[in-house]
Write a protein that binds this ligand. Structure first.
Ligand SMILES: *Cc1c(COP(=O)(O)O)cnc(C)c1O
Length: 239
């Protein structure tokens, strides 16, 4: 079941890459496992998937603890409250949802010295985005410079959650705006290499516009049917 869905998503990514002349290896798949249990993550790991994304801290920590025996890479992709930064800095490999300097500073200070710097994407709110999180395009250059200077973090690129659109042209238009923002930043920070955009419903459009990482939940695990008990915050309308 899970294996079939996994193969299907992998094929979908390869086809999307082929259609726009990109190498399939240039797009990383992040399996979004919010509301899914540790056993489902184990099954997907057995299929070959090692990178998992989580939105709710407590739920994520329970799974990270339960799956310590596997060499998994954990990505935090949900809204970040400042009293939650320590556990994120200690337990995750990546954070995609940094949208203000205060949070970035705390993550940097709280990153354990014996671990590599925490990989960070800045979440940008391109107009008409579904999520209320994300910094504005105007704030982005200054935030990127400041975050890049923090020793506990390694700034990797941008993340966006556009409003769900069914029209592929509309999807591409929005993703192209995110890519343009990354390209602008790259003139000053050429080491930026990550464009985290595209979910189950729009990953082809995101890949056509340069996504290097797609965050996929529903297409891998099926629809999410229950709310997370004790969730930190009801996150985005997409969540
Ligand atoms: C839930 C979520 C996803 C996955 O969405 P699907 O439509 O289930 O693929 C991706 N990114 C973020 C930030 C999410 O909250």
């Amino acid at each position: 079941m899970l294996a079939d869905k996994y193969d299907k998503v992998r094929r979908q990514i390869s086809h999307a890459c082929r259609d726009c002349g990109r190498a399939p290896e240039s797009v990383q798949l992040l399996a979004v496992s919010k509301t899914r249990n540790a056993n489902e993550i184990r099954q997907l790991y057995a299929c070959g998937q090692a990178a998992f994304g989580e939105n709710y801290l407590q739920e994520a920590l329970d799974k990270i603890d339960a799956l310590q025996d596997l060499p998994l890479e954990w990505h935090f992709i949900g809204p970040i409250q400042s009293n939650k930064t320590r556990a994120i800095a200690e337990r995750f490999d990546w954070v995609h949802s940094v949208d203000r300097l205060k949070i970035a500073r705390r993550l940097s200070e709280q990153r354990p010295a014996d671990r590599l710097p925490l990989n960070v994407c800045l979440q940008v709110n391109i107009s008409s985005e579904a999520s209320k999180s994300g910094c504005s395009v105007e704030e982005l250059p200054e935030l990127a410079r400041a975050v890049d200077a923090l020793p506990g973090l390694r700034l990797r690129g941008l993340m966006a959650i556009p409003a769900a659109a069914t029209d592929p042209q509309q999807q591409r238009h929005t993703f192209a705006q995110v890519r343009t923002q990354l390209e602008t930043l790259q003139s000053e920070l050429p080491q930026l290499d990550t464009l985290s955009m595209g979910m189950s419903g729009d990953l082809e459009a995101a890949i056509a516009e340069g996504a290097t990482l797609v965050r996929v939940g529903t297409a891998l695990f099926g629809p999410r049917t229950y709310a997370t008990p004790g969730a930190d915050t009801p996150a985005t309308p997409n969540a």
